[in-house]
Write a protein that binds this ligand. Structure first.
Ligand code: GAP
Length: 511
């Protein structure tokens, strides 16, 4: 079993070797925390987007999608609070000259204690086997209780300092916990200070303050400023949602862990407009709906957990993350936020326009409350890739690397392989591809032994391989090989479509 960091390294190496993710502008040594998606990566990304879009928009009569511009009027960001409050606490180590997010140093410290608890649980699970009772163990084991108490105490001080934006208190906590720089091992820290994460540039030809605009740090504001347009033109009735997929930009202080934290990334966000006072009901509804969306992919439950926010963003009255067990531990994958009427009210104030909804049932106008679901597309990509990447030892002693990507999201759905490059088998294989390619992304491969070709398809996560052999010419049957079980079965040509519908159709995830 690989260590976590080695596992992430192996995934990064695999992603590059097989055309999923490349460092941006690599011939110039790359650009920190910016990545390009290759031939298979862009397919996987497109499929994740389609799964999200169809689930959120197509499957909900009361949710519509938009595509707003990245550049927005600069007042947007004043109104939203991002100019004043979209900051991360920053700290430098004086010896290594390395820069860190102070909150991340503390979170990493907590994660180490959590890892100790997990280790203790795993040990006990092994010892007690079937009879193991997790809840009882957690509430009685002295080591677990001691470590949990430590976590709760740190969280309490951390929450207080973050909520009060008390930078000296955050530094004090780092010193009290004895947190050292991971590079130099030194505890020689600067003061903690706030750092705004927005990228700015100038619009037009004259570069001065008046022309300064920002690259959007979240897609949500494009939805808020279009609230009235969509409500009026779409004849929407509350509760209703507006969804969007698009790029966002943040000048992250600590850019690491591959595509987990990027400076240019993509978000899939939905703002759900509700009656004031009903937001907690919808907040619970969306928490449940979103976790179901994740679990439908067949990744085991133990990879997910909810985490309530320690520090609420300036706009929220409740917020939770869906966390995923990445190779580097449980980390945020998606946020569900009850954003109150903060954004629309702020835009009313700054624009002077009324951003209200007339509720025919109540016969009055009001500023709706908003529940938001927000997931990073790249982070979802990493979650899938890190779960899917598996090194398996086979019965014959050999090893295979396989990407067990949920079949409907796999970049290539079907590979069609003639057993040999002659005797009319390539032509037959091409005929099969021609009959399938309008519906499924297919790949033809005739090079190397059939075993090597199966391995190549395993490595890019192709769920189904169809092998054409001499018997195929005689009786119109082919061999179907399943990626995960490696089982092979012979079926008639006219059964292929039905089998693919069962195995790889996105529809299976939507019902
Ligand atoms: N509109 C709300 C919002 O932007 P957030 O928690 O800051 O909330 C939402 O971001 C999601 O966007 C996160 O859960 C994460 O999946 C993704 N995300 C945020 N920053 C990211 C980054 N630097 N790189 C990749 N994904 C990021």
């Amino acid at each position: 079993m690989k260590k976590n960091e080695d596992n992430l390294k192996a995934i990064i190496g695999h992603a590059k070797e097989y055309g999923f993710v490349f460092p941006s502008s690599e011939i110039y040594d790359g650009l920190s925390a910016v990545y390009d998606y290759g031939q298979y990566g862009s397919e996987l990304k497109r499929n994740i987007k389609e799964y999200w879009w169809k689930s959120m928009v197509q499957m909900h009569e009361n949710i519509v999608g938009i595509d707003a511009a990245i550049f927005m009027h600069p007042t947007t960001w004043k109104a939203s609070g991002h100019v004043d409050a979209f900051n991360d606490p920053l700290i430098d180590n004086k010896d290594s000259k390395k820069r860190y997010r102070a909150d991340v140093l503390i979170e990493d410290y907590i994660a180490k204690i959590e890892a100790k608890i997990e280790k203790e649980i795993a040990k006990a699970q092994k010892r007690f086997g079937e009879a193991f009772d997790l809840e009882q163990f957690k509430s009685t084991n002295p080591n677990v209780l001691r470590n949990q108490k430590k976590i709760d105490e740190i969280n309490a001080s951390f929450k207080e300092a973050m909520n009060n934006e008390d930078m000296p208190a955050i530094k004090q906590l780092i010193e009290d916990l004895g947190i050292a720089c991971p590079v130099s091992g030194s505890k020689n820290w600067t003061d903690v200070r706030q750092f705004n994460l927005m990228f700015s540039t100038e619009i037009g030809s004259v570069a001065d303050e008046a022309n300064k605009i920002y690259l959007r740090p979240e897609t949500a504001q494009g939805i808020f400023v279009n609230f009235l347009n969509v409500y009026k033109t779409g004849r929407m009735r509350i509760p209703f949602g507006i969804a969007q997929i698009g790029k966002a930009f943040r000048n992250e202080i600590v850019a690491r862990q591959f595509i987990f934290r990027m400076r240019e990334f993509e978000q899939m966000e939905m703002q759900f407009f509700v009656r004031p006072g009903e937001e907690m009901k919808w907040y619970e509804y969306w928490k449940e709906t979103r976790i179901k969306w994740h679990k439908k992919l067949g990744i085991p439950d133990e990879f997910y957990r909810f985490h309530d926010h320690v520090k609420l963003a300036h706009y929220a009255n409740a917020a939770a993350d869906i966390e995923f067990k990445f190779p580097m531990g449980f980390k945020e994958l998606e946020g569900i936020h009850s954003r109150t009427d903060f954004d629309l009210k702020q835009h009313e104030k700054y624009s002077g326009k009324k951003l209200q909804y007339f509720d025919p049932e109540l016969n009055k106008s009001y500023v709706p409350y908003v529940v938001e679901t927000s997931i990073g597309l790249d982070r979802m990509f990493l979650a899938i890739l890190s779960y899917a990447y598996q090194e398996e030892k086979l019965e014959d002693g050999s090893q295979r690397i396989v990407l067990k990507i949920p079949a409907p999201l796999a970049p290539v759905k079907v590979a069609v392989l003639p057993l040999v490059k002659k005797d009319g088998l390539p032509e037959k294989a091409r005929e099969i591809i021609d009959s399938l390619k309008a519906d499924y992304y297919c790949q033809y491969d005739e090079k190397d032994s059939i075993g090597k070709r199966y391995r190549r398809q395993d490595a890019i996560g192709t769920p189904v391989c169809i092998t054409v052999d001499h018997q195929s010419l005689e009786d119109n049957t082919v061999t179907i090989r399943d990626r995960d079980t490696m089982q092979q079965e012979r079926i008639a040509l006219d059964e292929i479509e039905k089998l693919l519908k069962q195995k790889v159709d996105l529809k299976n995830l939507l019902v």
